[in-house]
Design a binder for this molecule. Structure first.
Ligand code: C5P
Length: 398
């Protein structure tokens, strides 16, 4: 797995920096080419010479030396990287990465890379628990960084707490998982819907819903990063467009149905994360309703098409069930009624879940009724878990 891969190992100035030597050594022994980048503080704690000898590669210690073979070294390293791993990552470097600051070689490389980034925080437990550190880590997670949580144990201060750099084997496991995920959807075509439809009442009003599109966009970004070709059908979302994804914008359930039918022609997977209106006004009024015209008005609503229920074919179909009660039972019913391969159920009343949140707590249910309950995590992490499950189904669908 690691053989022939280029791993950029970023070492920052935590006491655990000495453990990075073991990581560098094990990665090198496993056949990876390890390019070490050390911050100034890291060099006070462990000698670059140690890393140089363990990796048999020059160690980058400065932005402005001319010692290296590359002219724009941060770009060269960023492009060469199969993955970047920052271990240990101090609160300071984590804050810089979250803010997009690039004031040393390591932060420049991370900003300039499209490779997956794994961050292994290690620090004093109070610094780790500090809300600003936790917020910064959440931002990195939401952006698709993998965070390897520190472990509980004796810290440099002599106190017990959460903040220890995990053992090398756990970090290597995380790197391997990231490398597998990097390519595992290569050449697959995924159609993903996101956002909420709007059904017009008159030229200025509509019936809408609270979907932000964050879950669908997170799936699109994750699938793209894993090598898939992604068509994103987006309804009324105000999020930045994910790079490298084909976007079709729609408004209503009818428009979404048409776009989905067109897009699934050569698809391997359809994931319907959009909140689609179940009812729409029977007809859109041609002129704005005026309040002077009537004291009360009655809107007649008619059913919209059930897109997921009606669009079938030789592709994997994944639905969402946003529920406020009997979550699992209702989701199972939906999975059966719509003949889905997987359904992702979430309780929209639970804290940190549902509309417009950056996090979600979901249960993934398959056709055999198996339920996989996931803890509260970023929508990006939920997206990765859903794609892991989708991937398992490929051999079955052929
Ligand atoms: O039946 P219900 O709306 O609760 O099902 C939710 C799932 O079905 C979601 O995946 C949603 O995107 C999809 N759906 C659909 N067409 C509709 C309503 C919902 O495809 N008209």
């Amino acid at each position: 797995m690691l053989k022939g891969k280029t791993i950029v190992l970023g070492i920052t100035g935590g006491i655990a920096a000495y453990k990075a030597a073991d990581l560098a050594s094990k990665l090198t022994q496993a056949g990876a080419r390890v390019e070490t980048v050390m911050t100034e503080a890291a060099q006070k704690l462990i000698s670059p010479l140690t890393l140089r000898n363990l990796t048999h590669r020059p160690v980058v210690t400065d932005m402005f030396t001319m010692a290296s073979e590359y002219s724009e070294e941060h770009i060269a390293l960023a492009e060469a990287a199969s993955a970047v791993v920052v271990a240990p990552a101090t609160a300071n470097t984590i804050a810089k990465l979250a803010a997009g600051i690039a004031d040393n070689m390591l932060t420049c490389v991370v900003l300039a890379t499209e490779a997956p980034v794994i961050v292994c925080p290690a620090m004093n437990d109070v610094m780790y628990r500090n809300p600003v550190t936790q917020e910064n880590l959440s931002r990195l997670r939401a952006r698709g960084f993998t965070i390897v949580e520190p472990e509980y144990g004796r810290l440099a201060s002599g106190k017990l707490g959460r903040g220890r750099l995990p053992e090398t084997a756990r970090i290597i496991e995380a790197i391997e998982q990231v490398l597998v995920r990097k390519e595992d959807l290569k050449d697959k075509r995924l159609v993903i819907t996101a956002g909420g439809t709007r059904e017009p009442i008159d030229p200025v009003r509509h019936i809408g819903n609270r979907s932000s599109g964050k879950m669908g966009y997170a799936i699109a970004e994750a699938a793209r990063a894993r090598g898939a070709r992604v068509s994103l059908i987006s309804a009324n979302v105000s999020l930045p467009e994910p790079a490298g994804v084909e976007i079709t914008r729609v408004n209503t359930a009818d428009e979404m149905k048409e776009a989905v039918e067109r897009a699934v022609k050569d698809a391997d997977v359809l994931i319907m994360a959009a909140a689609v209106a179940d009812y729409r006004p029977e007809k859109m009024l041609p002129a704005k309703i005026k309040k002077e015209d009537a004291e009360t008005i009655v809107l007649k609503l008619v059913r919209t098409p059930d897109i997921l229920g009606s669009v079938r074919g030789n592709f994997i179909r994944v639905g969402f069930a946003a529920e406020s009660e009997d979550v699992i039972a209702n989701a199972k019913k939906k999975l059966t009624a719509k003949g889905l391969d997987l359904i992702v159920a979430n309780d929209i009343t639970a804290p940190g879940s549902g509309f417009d949140a950056d996090t979600n707590r979901v249960v993934i249910i398959d056709r055999d009724g198996n339920t996989q309950e996931l803890p509260l995590m970023s929508k990006r992490e939920v997206a990765e878990k859903i794609l892991d499950r989708v991937k398992e189904l490929f051999p079955r669908k052929g």
